[in-house]
Design a protein around this ligand. Sequence first.
Ligand code: AG3
Length: 279
Amino acid sequence: MTDNWFIEKYTPYSGLGFSVRERLHDQQSPFQRIEVFENADYGRVLTLDGCVMLTDRDEFVYHEMITHPAILTHPAPENVLIVGGGDGGTVREVCRHPEVKRVDLVEIDEAVIEVSRRFFPGLTTRLEDPRVTIRCMDGFEYMDAHQGAYDVIIVDSIDPVGEAAKLFTSSFYSKVHAGLRENGTAVFQTESPFFSSDVLARVLRLLRPHFSFVQPYLAFIPTYPSGMWSFTIASLRGNIMEQGLLRQPGFQGEMKYFTPEMFNSAFSLPNFIKTALAD
Ligand code: AG3
């Protein structure tokens, strides 16, 4: 039964399986194994080293939710940096905002961009936007050379394993802090609070010394471990939740997940997460 199935194992005992209708791509890049396959429920699925990065069907949740809270709470989000995110989904969402004048995408693996261009045109069209500049290099090194340059920094990383583990360290967070202009905001994908509340707790602890406001929020992403995903927003402007959304998006009708109500409710955490983060 599992012959033509792709299974991402979350632990040795559980995971999520997809029946593979068609294998479209399989490549070992200098950084990772990149696969694309087709599933009858979720459409095309992109995996890196066996972990689901996105599917056609639910990618909107992650990309809208990693982008709009940070951009819409910033008074003037003109310069935006995206670290990771080579699939283009976050660029697409950032480019919806007319206030944004410049978007720098720093992705370590050029092959992810190529594969996404070929198999996920719905994510990559905005890579051609004249405001976008793509750099294929290590985000850690890029940050050293670009201090005080950005209003918003979005860290669209993979899980904290291998090379990406350094994007979850205090030394990276101090580079992100240094990369921001006055009033800046950073946002990070921070894993499943159900399976990995230790990761989330550690990120919060490491971010707090650098930012005046650090707050996790949640979104429902069916194809990520446990379906419950966290992001963490960190700002140099104090409590941006209290200040609320500074603009109503003119493109609200195009959103599939994000609404002003979702913005407010996403910051409410279930008690088991509060307890895990308090330990
Ligand atoms: N970045 C976060 C993916 C984490 C998923 N983890 C997993 N499946 N184990 C996604 C990139 C989308 N732009």
